[in-house]
Design a protein. Structure first.
Length: 224
């Protein structure tokens, strides 16, 4: 069992996207998504950062339960709700189901980037995000997740091994330094299960930038 850990520099509900009952990591974090050691059953843990004024706090943890391709994600009836609606609620605006194969580009494989949070301001393709997001054709999915967002929590001292040291100069990158330490990782997972229900416990940290009424944020979302 592996535990991949990293710092989150900003949190808008896009990467990860915790809505509609499934937490998805479909963009960003290419080093994690493409890691050859990543497998179903591993854990991914995101911590706060100086830029969000919550460094060291737990933003989310997910148990990887499914790994699918962009096209499988795009075409699945289950995840149509994850496609972005640019003029919708914040939940809809930050949908992460945004990449799929450009059939007209065959035999050269190319992905289309739909209008989304990773587009340029004029909705053209952001080449920087495109290159990072499509470096691997893998979408990570979980229903066993704990998303705290702006209600982020601190880890008890006995689970400090899961945390990231403030001395890590590359703390925004993926770490696999808990590879094979099943007992420590399982103890952390057990602590989460014993103290929190799976699902959403807070709004994305950066949503405080938006001055919207609650209905404009969630509309009829059940995951509030």
């Amino acid at each position: 069992m592996n535990c991949f850990r990293y710092k989150i520099e900003h949190d808008y509900g896009f990467a990860p996207n915790p809505f509609h009952g499934t937490l998805s990591l479909a963009t960003c974090k290419g080093p994690i998504r493409q890691n050859k050691n990543l497998k179903v059953g591993d854990w991914i843990v995101g911590f706060g950062s100086k830029s969000m004024d919550n460094e060291g706090y737990l933003i989310y943890a997910m148990k990887v339960e499914r790994i699918i391709t962009f096209d499988e994600y795009w075409e699945s009836e289950e995840f149509q709700c994850k496609k972005p609606v640019i003029n919708g609620t914040l939940v809809q605006m930050y949908g992460d189901n945004v990449y799929h194969t450009d059939k007209s580009a065959q035999p050269v494989r190319k992905f289309i980037q739909e209008r989304c949070a990773h587009s340029n301001k004029d909705w053209t393709v952001n080449l920087g995000h495109y290159a990072q997001d499509t470096r691997t054709d893998r979408v990570l999915l979980s229903k066993t997740f704990y998303y705290f967002g702006d209600h982020c929590v601190s880890l008890p001292k006995q689970y400090s091994c899961i945390g990231l040291s403030k001395r890590d100069k590359r703390g925004n990158m993926a770490y696999r330094d808990l590879q094979g330490q099943d007992a420590k990782i399982q103890a952390f997972a057990d602590w989460l299960a014993a103290n929190y229900e799976t699902g959403i416990h807070g709004d994305p940290c950066n949503w405080k930038e938006f001055k919207r009424d609650k209905y404009e944020v969630y509309e009829d979302e059940e995951d509030k």
